[in-house]
Design a protein around this ligand. Structure first.
Ligand code: FES
Length: 196
């Protein structure tokens, strides 16, 4: 009967582990060379290696200041075009990009922040039903973003809008106008609507 391992090449020997910096330094110190000149030379090498290591770490920390950790946040101020670009009704073309709807009614143009005032989901515009409907818990809003059904406690917020020197509409989502329950509406404040 033949040996099953016969003819099988022997497995390669395990790769030698490369010593780390710390191990290399310890090795230098641990040598039992009794020649005082060699001992001094080894100590010098040890000190030089330590100093270079220290400087290297500090240099890397210094370089880090030139590459700050950037925090990329969505833009809160942006242009959306000219008033003449928006016809009567709800325009959803910026919903995915900026999470807004642009609405023109008989009073002017305003921008609704597409955030349900119940728990923050994004409602859908149902043009066939002429309303916004939140898919999470069923809140309904009319075309001006005013709640009329479901658990939403108030209308959706409106973003600040103004016309820039070139005549384009600039939206600023960091400034919003609200209509809290039982309080006066801010929807007619300057900046909440463009009378155009
Ligand atoms: S988050 Fe819209 S109804 Fe609850």
């Amino acid at each position: 009967m033949s040996n099953p391992t016969e003819g099988t090449p022997a497995p390669p020997p395990p790769a030698a582990k490369k010593p780390g910096i710390q191990e290399a330094l310890l090795k230098v110190l641990k040598t039992d060379d009794t020649d005082p000149v060699k001992q001094v030379a080894k100590r010098r090498r040890f000190v030089m290696a330590s100093v270079l290591g220290f400087l290297g770490v500090n240099f890397l920390m210094f370089l880090r200041f030139f590459f700050p950790r950037a925090l990329f946040e969505p833009k809160t101020t942006f242009r959306i075009g000219y008033p003449s670009d928006f016809g009567f009704g709800v325009d959803t073309k910026f919903q995915n990009q900026y999470r807004i709807w642009v609405v023109r009614n008989t009073e002017g143009i305003f921008v609704i922040s597409a955030i349900c005032t119940h728990l923050g989901c994004t409602p859908d515009w149902k043009s066939s039903e002429n309303k916004f409907k939140c898919p999470c818990h069923g809140s309904g809003y009319d075309p001006e973003g005013v709640n009329f059904e479901g658990p939403a406690p108030r209308p959706m917020d409106r973003a600040h809008v103004e016309i820039d020197p070139e005549g384009q509409i600039v939206v600023d989502l960091s400034r919003v106008y609200r209509w809290p329950k039982g309080e006066p509406s801010q929807f007619n404040d300057p900046g909440a609507i463009i009378r155009a």
